[in-house]
Design a protein around this ligand. Structure first.
Ligand code: HEM
Length: 301
């Protein structure tokens, strides 16, 4: 059986660390893949953490199968009023999730040391859970997610296709303008999100504002909605904070189309949430199946 990385589906961690690396030399690509595939402790039951790893699609393609149309976040996405989602693609991504930050710290130090001969750290982000599953806007985040029974089919490429069991990850850092957001009353915030704040109940089709976040991230094909699997976490401190968007899909097109709709790059209205939160980074990583990663494991104990 081809399995997606279990960390993608491992919910409930309170502490998160994200590390993005760029190659020192393009020729060292396979060394970077091998080093990350061979990180032993996070893959054992004694590591105290879940791990998800991913690679720039163009890098992974040089060494293993991946669907032809999967690509890095190589160009910014622009929308009306000078809005832009920046492209900050790196070569590799490592995400540790644990009950407390001490495990993330130790694993992060170990990973940096292991990776440093072939790559440099371009970005480190840390995330934490806020009131169980709330975003720092105060809204529940993840309500419309598929359940864990359905998530693997949404997030993982089907068996028999190139890159089977792998997932396409969109990772973006969004900084909130919290003073402006908090100046709005709950009714206005709810129209921006498209759900009620306390119960996260979705607005009806008749009352859903066309520029709400839910309206702009809903994709339909042949009458059916096209879901993704989101694992967003808050980041930052009191003075500067926001959302680390972590979205997985078996088809990159879904993630990309959602971004275009949010930006208003599809000719529709720009997502009202983008008036209160600004994307600072954006990258796509291919998260190979466990079986595909195992091809690069050289040290077994
Ligand atoms: C500042 C960044 C973001 C915040 C704070 C945010 C927050 C939320 C919240 C509160 C909801 C409603 C509850 C839920 O169903 O989870 C939601 C729904 C959703 N968001 Fe986001 N989101 C952000 C960025 C994004 C991005 C970048 C995407 C896609 C690329 C996205 C895709 C979705 C989808 C697909 C839904 C479900 C829509 C539906 O009900 O059909 N979000 N988000």
């Amino acid at each position: 059986m081809i399995s997606g990385q279990p960390g993608i589906f491992a919910l409930g961690a309170a502490a998160h660390g994200f590390f993005e690396f760029s190659l020192r030399d393009e020729a060292a690509g396979v060394d970077l893949i091998r080093t990350i595939a061979n990180l032993r402790v996070p893959h054992t039951t004694v590591g105290g953490a879940n791990v998800v790893v991913g690679f720039r699609p163009e890098l992974w393609r040089l060494h293993a199968p991946i669907p032809d149309d999967v690509h890095g976040f190589n160009d910014a996405i622009s929308g009306p009023d000078g809005f832009a989602m920046p492209a900050t693609q790196a070569d590799a991504f490592v995400w540790f999730a644990a009950a407390a930050y001490d495990a993330i710290f130790d694993l992060g130090v170990e990973t940096l040391e292991a990776v440093s001969p072939c790559a440099t750290l371009v970005r480190e982000s840390s995330g934490w859970s806020y009131r169980h599953s709330r975003d720092l806007t105060g809204f529940e985040d993840g309500t419309a997610n598929p359940t864990l029974y359905d998530a693997p089919a949404v997030a993982s490429i089907e068996t028999g296709s190139a890159g089977e069991g792998g997932s396409i990850l969109l990772f973006q850092q969004w900084r909130h303008d919290s003073p402006a957001w908090r100046a709005l009353d709950d009714a206005r915030q709810e129209r921006i999100i498209g759900r009620t704040k306390p119960e996260s109940a979705e607005f009806s089709e008749e009352t859903m504002p066309p520029d709400s976040h839910v309206a702009r991230t809903t994709l339909r094909e042949g009458g059916a909605e096209l879901p993704i699997f989101r694992r967003n976490v808050p980041y930052g401190h009191v003075c500067e904070h926001g959302t680390l968007f972590i979205g997985f899909a078996a088809e990159q097109r879904r993630l990309h189309d959602m971004l275009e709709q949010m930006a208003g790059a599809d000719g529709g209205p720009r997502d009202a949430l983008t008036r209160f939160s600004t994307p600072l980074t954006g990258a796509y990583y291919f998260c190979p199946s466990v079986d595909a990663l195992a091809q690069f494991v050289t040290e077994r104990t």
